[in-house]
Design a protein around this ligand. Structure first.
Ligand code: NAD
Length: 369
């Protein structure tokens, strides 16, 4: 029997709750497809800091090194709670960025998807949504401002100062742009290049390299767009976008806006792909405001499992089945509380009920050959 080792990083806040639902689904997928998922839970994030004194303990690194894929829950604490952890050990700086660096997971795929039938979840008007929203945001994940040199101190005038560098080399830019073009080739052959070349030198270099890479993909139409304008167009005319490619921080911000136009960050899964290792995580944070209440939307976590099935294990049809199973639950009139207000005519369900309903939808589907 084929065996895949999967490291499970439950994380913080709603992480453990939505991980339970992902595990429920992975066990079903394994059973249906006669494969074995060897699942190993391992601490990561703020919970790991309190448990073992490190946000990314060595034991977790070992489990991840040996895994065929990593499934990660969101990490982080509320603003106030974060202060209990030293700045450099706080979950993003102490765990998330080191995880990305360790496996060079430079290509972050963030689907922003809402079929027409579920348009009522979106805060946008039906005439804006049209046939639905279907965008793939491709975000560079291991460069730019988040990974550049950082310096803080007192300057000559006696003032506290900070200096953070936005660094990219041409190979990093070329690598992510190739991912953008390859993805566009598989979809509508339109690539929106999101940048800020009117201000940032990094965007000027980015665009120079884009022109070079474009020569290898003449079939792809490139649309140039400044990041500030892109933020507006995501609200006013999301239908114009198919594949969007951008640097790290722009992708962080615009992809959360993607969740906003869908109706909830709970609809945002992601895949973070490196040359030898990939990890999968919801795009959102640990949602401390709703943690422990069994009301988080686990779609983002189960969607990350679907992406893992496709990108890491080549189980494309089962991944499609899983997306379909989740959509069917919503199409039957169920909703998690993030997507609907009480009294809006939907049947409100909890985190665990969503997982159970997805499992029963999937169980009813034919098993891929
Ligand atoms: P957040 O993404 O956790 O939450 C923003 C809003 O979206 C909240 O109202 C929350 O309840 C809601 N939300 C998010 N996911 C949801 C889901 N699955 N179902 C229903 N509602 C959902 O952002 P935040 O509050 O700014 O950050 C909280 C913590 O998460 C911070 O410590 C932050 O640093 C961290 N964070 C971690 C990651 C990551 O692990 N990759 C990403 C972003 C933020």
């Amino acid at each position: 029997m084929k065996t895949y080792k999967i490291a499970l990083l439950d994380g913080d806040g709603i992480g453990p709750e939505i991980m339970v639902e992902a595990v429920k689904i992975m066990k079903l997928v394994a059973e249906r497809n006669h494969i074995n998922f060897e699942l190993t839970h391992t601490p990561f994030g703020a919970s790991a800091w309190f448990q073992c004194g490190s946000s990314f303990p060595d034991a977790t690194k070992l489990v991840c090194d040996e895994a065929d894929a990593i499934l990660k829950g969101p990490i982080g604490l509320s603003h106030e709670e974060s202060k209990k952890i030293p700045v450099d050990q706080q979950p993003e700086r102490g765990a998330l960025l080191p995880l990305r660096r360790r496996y060079n997971t430079y290509a972050n795929f963030r689907p922003v998807f809402l079929p027409k039938g579920l348009a009522h979840f979106s805060p946008l008007k039906p005439e804006i949504i049209g046939d639905g929203i279907d965008i793939m945001i491709i975000r560079e994940l291991v460069g730019g401002l988040y990974f550049g040199k950082k310096e803080t101190g007192i300057n000559a005038a006696g003032k506290r100062y900070v200096n953070e560098m936005l660094e990219y080399d041409e190979d990093q830019i070329r690598a992510i742009l190739k991912v953008g073009f390859e993805t566009a080739m598989k979809r509508k052959k339109v690539l929106h290049n999101i940048h800020k070349s009117n201000v940032l030198k990094s965007s000027v270099l980015w665009n120079e390299i884009l022109d070079e890479v474009h020569k290898d993909y003449p079939q792809v139409k490139v649309v140039q767009m400044l990041v500030d304008a892109a933020a507006t167009y995501l609200c006013l005319n999301p239908g114009q976008f198919d594949v969007m490619v951008m640097e790290n921080m722009f992708g962080d911000i615009l992809s959360d806006q993607g969740g906003g136009i869908l109706g909830s960050l709970g609809l945002m899964p992601s895949a973070c792909i490196g040359p030898d290792k990939a990890y999968y995580e919801p795009s959102h944070g640990s949602a401390p405001d709703i943690a422990g209440k069994n009301i988080a939307n686990p779609y983002s976590m189960i969607g990350s499992v679907a992406m893992m099935l496709e990108y890491s294990f080549g189980m494309d049809q089962e991944a499609k089945n899983l997306w379909q199973a989740m959509q069917s639950v919503f199409a039957k009139g169920f909703s998690t509380p993030d997507l609907s207000k009480p009294g809006s005519g939907v049947k409100m369900i909890s985190t665990s009920e969503f997982g159970d309903l997805v499992a029963s939808e999937l169980r009813a589907m034919p098993v891929p050959n």
